[in-house]
Design a protein around this ligand. Structure first.
Ligand code: BG6
Length: 504
């Protein structure tokens, strides 16, 4: 019998998606809602209103939603279930940057609320570029669509998608724009990595098992590696990616959040702010990497032509829409330290890249070597250390490398893996990150969302690296062939310390 930690009860509400005809809505949000409805997690009175420039009517929006579900949903499209679900979907065409649109938005929301017997709870999902945030927030406020924070019912909440800024200053500006209209308690900033099942499990693993916590510190851990490698290249997102690069796109948010979960102190409760305080403490003790130090502690690189999954990939600078002299990094590796008691002197190695050998993400905790006596007496062939690897994707699970005796009369040892796979243990596939996150917003649980101070703390650490690259970096970036595990410079970053990247 599973042990319930927290109950999530979604309240009846309308979800208004700004960017309703866009990619995110079609690929992620609508399929996530459909899955929640299949699993019986949505309240019976519930509505989605898509807002977008494309001139669609409700029927056309539903058709596009249906296509999205057929293609991207975790669970298959079932006609009978779809027929129930589609009745909750609505669409309104218009420009959200134009303040004149908000009267029509208000009328439509109110009409849907009356027809669907909704109590006036509203969730606004800003799946649009940050340049539209100000117009959206102000438009909503002026139309009287935002209830004050102390109104528990009906509530108004806003969901904000990345990118939240491109450096500390722009992040602060975006936060200020949203903060003028919504109270922090109403703002849900998404980092979809926090919604991934295995990422949520890091806390459970650490704090629900008594054998790990005593070892989880500088006395027993040699180092930690965090890898998020992607096989896909820049794809169709050239314009966005050229301005972003791997450090902003992946490290500032996803990898630093993984780091927080691995390194945080035990929170004293599961209350959203208690958990978020514990996470942000990690960001606060990140040792800064500034000035020339960027060349010692970071490596950035671009993919050159190569083969990924048997398919030829052009070099990054030859991809459609990319400048031939682009210096945007598609790969980054970092070595960092946390200046606190638990992690004193323990290096954390982070790496992420596009067009790499395969899609694989994991957190690997490598324990210290055993003493050089008994089974480790021969310095010429040291025993491999114990490694606990938490696999985030694609095959979610974890493994522990132990040393075992090889059966037989000879005294031989060999590493073995104790392996746990989610799929095998629990049978059912894990929900998508967006399913969990949307449900949490409807239930008002902000633990898996980024608080303003966390976003800014993470930019405060990232921005000097960006500046260091500008001032002290080389013009041309190192390259790695598409389909490889990254540049030799990244190998050197870790090998100089007598360590190696893990083969995934
Ligand atoms: C997004 C980045 O936040 O995360 C993308 O913008 C990246 O560039 C994606 O591909 C990776 O997410 P996932 O869930 O596929 O690992």
């Amino acid at each position: 019998m599973p042990h319930a930690i927290k109950d999530h009860q979604a309240d009846p509400c309308i979800l208004v998606i700004f960017g309703g005809s866009g990619d995110l809505a079609k690929r992620k949000l609508i399929p996530a809602l459909y899955n929640l409805s299949l699993d019986g997690m949505l309240p019976s009175n519930f509505a989605v209103l898509g807002l977008g420039r494309r001139n669609l009517n409700d029927g056309e929006f539903r058709e596009s939603a249906r296509e999205g579900i057929a293609k991207y949903s975790r669970q298959p499209l079932v006609d009978r279930k779809w027929a129930d679900f589609e009745k909750h979907l609505f669409y309104l065409a218009g420009s959200i940057d134009d303040s004149a649109s908000y009267e029509a938005i208000k009328n439509r929301i109110e009409r849907i609320e009356t027809e669907q017997h909704l109590p006036g709870n509203r969730i606004f999902y800003l799946a649009v570029p940050p340049t539209s945030f100000a117009a959206a927030c102000e438009g909503l406020q002026q139309a009287g669509l935002v209830s004050p924070p102390d109104h528990v019912h009906p509530f108004s909440r806003v969901i904000v998608e990345k990118p939240i800024g491109r450096d500390l200053k722009s992040a602060q500006e975006i936060n200020a724009v949203i903060g003028r209209v919504f109270d922090e308690s109403q703002i849900f900033r998404i980092d979809h990595y926090l919604g991934k099942e295995t990422v949520q499990n890091i806390m459970v693993l650490r704090f629900a098992n008594s054998i790990l916590e005593p070892l989880w510190n500088h006395k027993y851990i040699d180092h930690v590696q965090i890898t998020v490698s992607e096989a896909e290249g820049v794809g169709t997102r050239a314009t966005y990616y050229e301005e972003t690069g791997a450090l902003r796109d992946m490290v500032q948010n996803h990898l630093l959040q993984l780091l927080c979960l691995v390194a945080m102190e035990p929170p004293y409760s599961l209350d959203a702010d208690v958990v978020r305080n514990a996470r942000i403490d990690v960001l606060r003790c990140l040792r800064p990497i500034t000035g020339k130090d960027v060349n010692q502690f970071t490596v950035r690189a671009q993919y050159s032509p190569g083969i990924v999954d048997g398919v030829e990939v052009p070099g990054y600078r030859r991809e459609p829409g990319i400048r031939p002299d682009s210096t945007t990094e598609t790969y980054v590796a970092l070595k960092l330290f946390l200046d606190n008691w638990r992690w004193a002197g323990v290096p954390f190695y982070l790496r992420t890249g596009k067009a790499m050998a395969k899609r694989a993400s994991e957190v690997a905790v490598q324990f210290k070597d055993i003493p050089q006596i008994l089974f480790n007496a021969n310095p010429a062939s040291p025993q491999p250390p114990n490694v606990l690897a938490l696999r985030i994707q694609p095959e979610e699970g974890m493994s522990l490398r132990m040393i075992s005796k090889v059966p037989g009369t000879k005294a031989q040892t060999h590493p073995v893996e104790l392996n746990f796979k989610y799929g095998d243990a629990f049978g059912s596939p894990s929900p998508e990150a967006y399913e969990r996150l949307l449900l949490d917003v409807m239930a008002g649980d902000a633990s898996l969302f980024m608080r303003r101070d966390a976003v800014e703390a993470s930019w405060a650490w990232i921005t000097p690296i960006l500046e260091g690259w500008q001032t002290h970096g080389t013009k041309w970036l190192p390259e790695y062939p598409a389909g490889s595990w990254g540049p030799v410079e990244a190998d050197r970053l870790i090998q100089n310390d007598g360590r190696m990247w893990r083969m995934l």
